[in-house]
Design a protein around this ligand. Structure first.
Ligand SMILES: [Zn+2]
Length: 419
């Protein structure tokens, strides 16, 4: 069998594995809370809170969609015309057209052009968040964060670009196999490394101080049978007024992180409710599931790129001979951008199902739907969320159930528990 035949077979196996993992590990069977309960919850929210959340979302909308469109357009323009190839050549010229210069500098140049052209929309978003009092960060801090993330991306991109184009040179017929294994390995590695190496670049984490709340949370984790190494507090307040908590890392790097804003804004019982939700993620191994699907997806993407990349009309459009050469990097980015846009709603749907399961876990663990609902109201109020967002936007972007869905789920739990 030819390398191409093996690639088709591998892609089929990876897609099958993704479908199996998705079918087995995603909680599909949990029906959403009845719409009537959601509408009742919406009526119970203060009208001015709902209006303020909707006003912010409306103010963010034009910039968000224009930014998305510009990002897509730039990717297509660079990838489906010879412009991208020319940009890569240009970046390699001062270094005698050496392939490493083309691969690393050319690749970074392509990404940077797209980043810079969408930068005004990021700045616009920041100005809206400041106007609504949600961001507490000045332009200086915002710029520092931006430069830090550029620097981090550049280091990561340089490593990946150098690795990838070394493999395509050494194994011109089989690079897709090594590339797929490498991409999967990178996803797993980043799951371990990001919380330890990258999160501290942007925030300071301190163990939650000793006291009744910490004792309560540790006892809760113990009761739940979830080994959590530490409960950390992040100094999110220097950037935002928004409240949040999350669980990240795998095995020895796993931790529950609570925003300092949450501790300031919410009652201890509400913080407990949020942490109970996070424990649900740990208990159901949601980070593992995310890492596994991410690894399978990344491997499948590399093989698919190899197969699509052998389509001559596409290569001719980009003015390149092969998808595996550095000059074709912009074409690669264009394909990845389109796939990412299409995969977005699927990822959002899976994420909402997983989040709903963590909510159910929090309700069962605390047995306190009243506090859970109070916390959801507070989350929506402080974060200026639209408690019941437009359907299309919800389907496309929402990683969590809406506020009214979460409130309705609490009410459904209360009804069932009272029975
Ligand atoms: Zn969650």
């Amino acid at each position: 069998m030819t390398p191409r035949g093996w690639a088709v077979l591998t892609l089929a196996a990876l897609v099958l594995a993704l479908v199996v993992v998705g079918a087995l590990l995603v909680p599909w069977s949990r029906p959403p809370a009845p719409r009537a309960d959601q509408l009742a919850a919406l009526r119970d929210l203060p009208a001015d809170q709902v209006a303020r959340g909707r006003a912010l979302q409306a103010a963010l909308r034009p910039g968000r969609y224009t930014g998305l469109a510009v990002g897509l357009l730039v990717a297509l323009l660079l990838g489906l015309t010879p412009l991208g190839a020319r940009l890569v050549e240009l970046a390699g010229r001062p270094f005698g057209d050496h392939w490493i210069a083309r691969a690393v500098l050319g690749g970074i140049a392509v990404v940077l052009v797209a980043d810079l052209l969408t930068l005004p929309f990021a700045a616009w978003r920041q100005s809206v968040l400041t106007r609504y009092g949600l961001s507490t960060q000045g332009w200086g801090g915002w710029t520092v964060d931006l430069l830090k993330s550029y620097a981090l991306s550049a280091v990561l991109a340089a490593t990946v670009l150098l690795g990838f184009y070394t493999v395509t040179r050494l194994a011109p017929r089989w690079w897709w196999a090594f590339g797929a294994a490498g991409a999967a390995g990178l996803v797993v590695l980043l799951s371990f490394v990001l919380p330890v190496l990258v999160e501290p670049v942007f925030n300071r984490f301190t163990p939650m101080e000793q006291g009744p709340l910490r004792t309560e949370l540790t006892a809760l984790a113990e009761r739940d049978g979830v080994p959590v190494r530490d409960v950390l507090v992040a100094d999110a307040s220097r950037r935002t007024r928004a409240v949040n908590a999350y669980v990240s890392g795998l095995g020895p790097t796993r931790r529950v992180v609570v925003y300092d804003t949450l501790l300031r804004e919410a009652t201890p019982a509400e913080v407990t409710s949020v942490v109970a939700h996070e424990l649900g993620h740990a208990r159901d191994r949601d980070v593992w599931t995310g890492t596994l699907t991410g690894a399978l997806g990344a491997a499948a993407a590399v093989v698919a790129l190899y197969l699509v990349g052998s389509w001559t009309p596409l290569l001719r459009r980009a003015g390149v001979d092969s998808i595996a050469e550095p000059r074709a990097f912009a074409l690669l980015i264009a394909l990845v951008t389109v796939v990412g846009l299409v995969a977005g709603p699927v990822q959002a749907l899976v994420s909402r199902r997983v989040e709903a399961r963590a909510d159910a876990h929090a309700l069962a663990l605390t047995g306190d739907p009243t506090t859970f609902e109070a916390m959801q109201r507070r989350l929506a109020g402080v974060n200026l969320a639209d408690p019941d967002p437009p359907r299309a936007e919800y389907l496309w972007f929402a990683s969590h159930p809406s506020t009214v869905e979460r409130m309705a789920a609490a009410r459904a739990y209360a009804r069932e528990a009272g029975r």
